[in-house]
Design a protein around this ligand. Structure first.
Ligand code: OAD
Length: 228
């Protein structure tokens, strides 16, 4: 029985019009990561951080899933596929994917830094928004910042160790722990495949390169054409 674990990154959503981080003109060439994506940056200037995520939330809400998202949903509907994404957009979910593990959180969710309650984020968040649970004005986007622990790591490691194939799609492999998943898979004897615009530099058993909207559907068609 096939058990496929897929890790996706910003390249999966690039053709939906959402910018990547480290490509030319990417998000981290326009914004200072330490100001907008760290707990220290939020403590210094919560209004600036909310402004950054409010703009990203609005872009993500306007974006639509592309053929790569849809192909992964097709694959999940007839194979055992565990989808892990570093993307804070909800394009996989909106394409119809089930049980997506958002290891870096989601733009469309909010959380309270004081009590940990989570809820659907409004379109625009402000530093003075009170938590619907405890009333404290410490609400923040439910995204994982640098220096914080990504979500679901135990489950991801468990599924990686038990997989029959690990696939990384559209990620540069620069941010840990996600960048280390390929090594965890390889150590467990799991075959590894990279689907990316260009080789990321990670050690994969195989790679296919090009735009996600083309190479992901092609790969999915191949997998689905194989008799189980
Ligand atoms: P990056 O911007 O680092 O990498 C994007 C990858 O997608 C690169 O390898 C590109 O070559 C590839 N790519 C670009 N366009 C593509 C396309 N049309 N089709 C296929 N591949 C394409 O983004 P991530 O690896 O996702 O974390 O970044 C990882 C984490 O760093 C993010 O989750 C975020 C960021 O800082 C946090 O904010 C915590």
């Amino acid at each position: 029985m096939e058990r496929i674990v897929i890790l996706s990154g910003a390249g999966l959503s690039a053709e939906s019009g959402l910018g990547t981080f480290r490509d030319e003109g990417g998000i981290w060439s326009r914004y200072d990561l330490s100001e907008v994506a760290t707990p220290e940056g939020f403590a210094r200037d919560p209004a600036q951080v909310h402004e950054f995520y409010n703009a990203r939330r609005s872009n993500a809400a306007l974006a639509v899933p592309n053929p790569a998202h849809k192909a992964l949903v097709r694959l999940q509907s007839s194979r055992d596929v565990f989808l892990v994404t570093q993307n804070v957009d909800a394009l996989l979910d909106r394409a119809g994917a089930r049980n997506v593990l958002h290891m870096h959180g989601r733009l469309d969710r909010a959380t309270c830094a004081a009590c940990g309650e989570t809820w659907d984020a409004p379109d625009v968040m402000h530093p003075e928004d009170p938590c619907p649970g405890c009333g404290t004005c410490a609400t923040r986007p439910d995204v994982v910042w640098f220096g914080e622990m990504p979500k679901g790591l135990d489950l991801i490691e468990e599924r990686l160790g038990d997989a029959t194939l690990f696939v990384a799609i559209g990620t540069s492999g620069t941010v840990y722990p996600a960048a280390g998943f390929v090594d965890i898979a390889r150590s467990a004897g799991v075959p590894t495949l990279e689907l990316n615009l260009e080789p990321s530099g990670g050690v994969f058993d195989a790679g296919r390169y090009g735009r996600a909207s083309r190479i992901v559907p092609d790969w999915v068609d191949e997998v689905l054409s194989r008799i189980r």
